[in-house]
Design a protein around this ligand. Sequence first.
Ligand code: DAH
Length: 347
Amino acid sequence: MEEKLRILEEEFKADLSQSKTQEELDALKVKYLGRKSKLNDLFSLIPALSREEKSIFGKNLNILKNKISQKLDQSSNSEERQEELIDLTYPAKPMANGYQHILSHVTEQICSVFEGLGFSVVEGGEIEDEWHNFSALNIPAEHPSRDVFDTFYMELKEKDKGKYLLRSHTSPTQIRVMSSLTPPVAVISPGRVYRPDEVDATHSFMFNQVEGFAVDEDINFSHLKGALLHFARSFFASSVNLRFRPHFFPFTEPSAEVDVSCVICGGKKNNSVNQRCSVCKGKGWVEVLGCGMIHPNVLEACGINSRKYKGFAFGMGIERLTMLKYGINDIRLFYDNDQRFLKQFQV
Ligand code: DAH
């Protein structure tokens, strides 16, 4: 009797080592544990045995039955069998490569146009004090932009209260650079700025600007016009024109706001209601930046002799330039991190 059990176990082991697939394992289950299996045949021998034999043989038979069913289960779950389900010839999933955000790309484009003219890139800090953000830029104490409704002041310890702020423009970089370097200098400085504005399609509490300035003995307004026209034609299209409108900024004198001929409709002034360009509203021009000759007070605040040196400066919004160039109508799209939007500008 015991011999029968041993032979059956050997047979099972041999069969198991030959079985690879799940189907083969299922067939083994039927063969060894099924109703018509050899194991069941052995069970049917029990009634004919003596009492003593019955208990020993019955016990051993059950042990073998459990062993077989355990081994079959193990084999079904074994890692090798799982591996069989993995098709190694299946093409791998493509790795998603990262790409530059459109604003970073445009920032680099702008900087490289000015680098081509000999400007150096300098990044300022986002936390400034009142001196660099306002006073040194000739912005008087009562100027509305200093109001808490227009600038984020940092609430630090009592003694520093109101002293530090999140810069509201990139112009403080002018002060930082001009205070530490002797002219000639030509710098282009991109970065984030902060204003407590209500967020809508054209406003955000944080956005990016780029500041540019050049200081030397013989700098005049035509250098400014030449640099900006070169920039506009490199950045938008060689066909665009610029229009300088007199304006006021505390830190430049004279100052101007600059419009670019509309890059969407080509500057055609079309005022018939249903054909009016949605970007320039039929005016043919779109405002893109502020600029001017650096105010003597600003040069002096930085320790530069304003009788000897002159300089020009300009500042522009990177989101605004990007929206114009690519026909984007909502500033919030830049910050939502929606890949469906961002992927369109993958370069
Ligand atoms: N700082 C100005 C702003 O944020 C932009 C600006 C205008 C910068 C004229 C300049 C400039 O350097 O000359 O609105």
